[in-house]
Design a protein around this ligand. Sequence first.
Ligand SMILES: [Zn+2]
Length: 279
Amino acid sequence: MLRFAGVLAIGLAASYLAIPDPVNPDPNGPRPIPAANTLFIEDMTWMEVRDAMKAGKDTVIVATGGVEQNGPYLVTGKHNVVLRGTTEAIARSLGNALIAPIVPFVPEGDIDPPTVHMKYPGTVSVTEETYRALLTDICASLRTHGFKHVVMIGDSGGNQEGMKQVAESLNQDGKGKGCRVYHIAEYYDFKSVADWLESEGIIQQPEGYHDDFGMTAMMMAVDPSSVRTNQRIAADKFRINGVELAPAQRTIEWGRRIIDFRAAATVKAIRAATQDDSP
Ligand SMILES: [Zn+2]
């Protein structure tokens, strides 16, 4: 009986050993199924990320958005919605890039007592210090995994300086062998977008909302419900700054064109920055 129990124990131990450790799988284990067609890291398996990097994806985009007070029709995550469209257009155009999870936590004003957007419910703010610490750890994680170019872009004005400082300090910390971190300021150029739209005949009369035609169109291209398309049509409020948004399909096409316009300027700047900068 004792002998039988011993054999049973050895048998159980052997079969237990044959099961991989869930927190320690073989880093070189083969991917058991074909890869999905996405460039968003959080929508990929770790094996898909590994294999994409092996196949030449040496650049990663770290984009900062926000959660804040916007006009009465736009969801608080406006910048993050827009970035889902722009980052994908940028990465597809670059051809060698993946997209890190979009960073929704950025400085939006003092927390207590609240200032700026923080005076409005739903806004989430972090201090400049927290923001920089967050970006530092995100970029350092991606650097550890072997990306050669970590490219930061920001959809909101208050995001820019922190990204610039984080890029500079990571590039100087002595741990960045084979990797460089960039802040691409050219992405944040709403003036060019506004001038271009005006040259195309889209003339806006500001209504005093934290909203405009370009933002609304880009959001509609990603997710029409994020600007409350159906409710506005029902309430006869489907316009912004005096520009009609109907038919929705035409505004969605504008959104695609604006996304492509911004992506083209950003890709140009990323290529210029990374070109003669082989780490
Ligand atoms: Zn903003």
